[in-house]
Design a protein around this ligand. Structure first.
Ligand code: ZN
Length: 96
């Protein structure tokens, strides 16, 4: 994997002013322009992950939707029971 660094010498170094990503080819981890230490920056490859993430999210939602469709009958009967219980509770409070 390629490593990228960013120079933090803003105002002094042009590479820092333009927030340019510097590819680290040597183990020194230093800016080629001002020779200052670079701060680690995420490699460009991460954008692929950022694109894949929403797709994964959609697939996850679709999966949940399918699961809900399969269990909708079960959920409906459960909610009916809940309504019955709530109704009973309301009747009890009305009696008081
Ligand atoms: Zn620099």
């Amino acid at each position: 994997m390629l490593n990228y660094g960013k120079c933090t010498n803003i105002g002094i170094c042009n590479k820092a002013n333009t927030s340019e990503l510097i590819l680290i080819v040597n183990p020194k981890f230093k800016c080629p322009e001002c020779d200052d230490e670079l701060s680690f920056a995420a490699p460009k490859e991460s954008s692929t992950l950022q694109k894949a993430l929403p797709i994964a999210l959609i697939l996850c939602i679709m999966g949940l939707g399918g699961f809900w469709m399969l269990n909708s009958k079960k959920i409906a009967s459960t909610s009916a029971q809940v309504t019955k219980t709530t109704h009973l509770k309301t009747q009890l409070t009305e009696k008081k």
